[in-house]
Design a protein around this ligand. Structure first.
Ligand SMILES: [Zn+2]
Length: 240
């Protein structure tokens, strides 16, 4: 997927499909996240292509319609194992390299998960309100936070005025001080809610994809998730 593209609405071009047909390993999240996958795989000849649905390993722990499993850092570790497995199948002579990298990456995910647990324990507010599509339900559940998103599991749906009124009501009732907006999308909904309620707005990046500049600057998933933790601590008014 090219950097900066909104992931839910991404459709592969013929050149992308040609690349998939020449690849050794094809890794995707799920048919909900990439609804084009089955159609593409049916239409290319891929006898030797290793196909990995990376979220199959966490299937039993998830909601069918919510594809954002990578935002639960314990599920992310299982996804790392699944991807590592495919690399071992493909390139067994370098198994030690893959296993070492996998181990060290999972240690970083574990450390970050520990920081989330510790730093989100004592917060004045417990509810994440997102002026965007529902990407953070698994994250909220992992850290015992409440969660309300303006939209469903995909950003392509229009917000009704009733949904906007409900959000404003929730913000006022719960005395919410910060509202979150999502990455790679114009934050106009958050801005208009902020104007109406006086709350400040902060980004929560669901790491579906990486922005062009972030890619250039070497930003990683771990960096994005650390920034999210900082913004959650500010918005939920957490104290260590
Ligand atoms: Zn999403």
């Amino acid at each position: 997927m090219p950097p900066g593209v909104e992931a839910h609405s991404f459709e592969p071009k013929p050149t992308d499909i040609a690349k998939i047909s020449e690849a050794d390993i094809f890794i995707y999240t799920s048919e909900v996240m990439e609804p084009w996958v089955n159609n593409v795989l049916e239409n290319i000849s891929h006898k030797r292509l290793i196909i990995i649905k990376s979220t199959a390993v966490v299937n039993s722990e998830t909601t069918e319609d919510d594809p954002h499993v990578w935002l639960d850092l314990t599920k992310a570790q299982k996804i790392v194992d699944s991807i590592t497995g495919s690399l071992l199948d493909f390139d067994a002579p370098n198994a030690v390299l893959y296993l070492n990298n996998s181990k060290s990456y999972k240690e970083k995910l574990i450390a970050l998960d520990d920081s989330y647990k510790r730093e989100l324990l004592n917060c004045k507010n417990k509810e994440i309100i997102l002026a965007g599509h529902s990407a953070f339900a698994y994250l909220a559940k992992r850290y015992n936070l409440d969660y309300l998103a303006a939209q469903g599991f995909s950003p392509d749906q229009e917000i009704s005025s009733k949904q906007m009124i409900d959000l404003v009501k929730e913000i006022k009732e719960k005395k919410i001080s910060s509202l979150y907006y999502e990455e790679l999308i114009d934050p106009k909904m958050a801005q208009s809610l902020s104007r109406e309620t006086g709350v400040k707005i902060l980004e929560l990046n669901a790491a579906h994809n990486i922005a062009k500049d972030d890619l250039k600057n070497g930003k990683t998933f771990l960096n994005i998730m650390s920034e999210n933790l900082n913004n959650l601590k500010i918005g939920l008014e957490c104290q260590l």
